[in-house]
Design a protein around this ligand. Sequence first.
Ligand SMILES: Nc1ncnc2c1ncn2[C@@H]1O[C@H](COP(=O)(O)OP(=O)(O)OP(=O)(O)O)[C@@H](O)[C@H]1O
Ligand SMILES: [Mg+2]
Length: 347
Amino acid sequence: MAKTFVIANQKGGVGKTTTSVNLAAALAKLGRRTLLVDLDPQGNATMGSGIDKRALEHSVYELLIGQCALAEAVRPAGTGGYDVLPANRELAGAEVELVGLERRETRLRDALAEAEDRYDFVLIDCPPSLSLLTLNGFCAANGVIIPMQCEYYALEGLSDLVNTIRKVHANFNTRLQVIGLLRVMFDPRMTLSQQVSAQLEQHFGDKVFGTIIPRNVRLAEAPSYGMPGVEFDPGSKGAKAYIAFAGELIERLDRIAAGAAAVRTPAAPRAASPAAPSADTTAAASAIPARAPAGAPAGAPAAASAPAAVPAGVPTPADIDAQAAPNPRPQTREQAFPQPKNPDPQQ
Ligand SMILES: Nc1ncnc2c1ncn2[C@@H]1O[C@H](COP(=O)(O)OP(=O)(O)OP(=O)(O)O)[C@@H](O)[C@H]1O
Ligand SMILES: [Mg+2]
């Protein structure tokens, strides 16, 4: 059965698409059958996978409004060995059209049901908003991966994202959980990057992935060639980091599954520390800053080793663990997600 992850952060330009495309290609490299769903009308994941968004016969838009079947819309990526459910600007119209349709939040989940047995992983690239499209992504997924830049405003908006995830968990999808926060576009030369990175680790503990994606120009160049960075330049630091991340994700899922089994069998001890890195993770370790045991990334200058306090209002690790934290009181659908106002100014 496919594991479905949504790559979400309502902040724009934080690396959601770069993570989705490269993780899809990296999982495929590790032998996993992977489908990448482009749920953003910008169609960047589509173009970045070598598919021309202007020449689509069918897209995720038609699928969501019930005008085509999954198999009609899915295409193989140009390179990388994964499949793509592509999108283009038509998808922006779906926001409005979905409002009038039955089960508007779960259209994607219903549409992806037949992908369950065909893929090991389904990755959903979200737009930079907490819109009905993103809500469809959350309802279709088992887990959320949150890419974050290590910059001053990184944590801003995280509580809105977490609240939305918890509401979805309470109202639509009890399988949904935050799998982890992924630090991206990390610049080891910047003291601020190191401080924020350490702050994230201190505050969120092992909810933060150990792999750090460095800022790397090859990752930024790859989309203009219609290729994932891991295919465009497999030897680059960015590509190696995404391969390492795919390995870490697979291990983390195994740990989560083992943890669930341990809950069912109380005698089994819970893993106290992250699992040992895989061969892939180790191979790429030299390309990325290692996770520093004392809270600061390896190589950080002394001045950068004391992270500033996390601002008030930032969710706690328990908050972001929708499975562990008590759910907010279940609400009606309208209370949880009020219907958007009618876009027609006449009414
Ligand atoms: N690790 C990286 N190193 C260098 N450039 C990067 C890296 N990750 C992303 N970028 C570049 O940063 C820009 C934003 O990245 P991306 O499109 O992945 O963000 P996004 O969160 O999907 O944006 P949006 O919110 O608009 O969908 C792109 O130009 C991308 O090539
Ligand atoms: Mg994007």
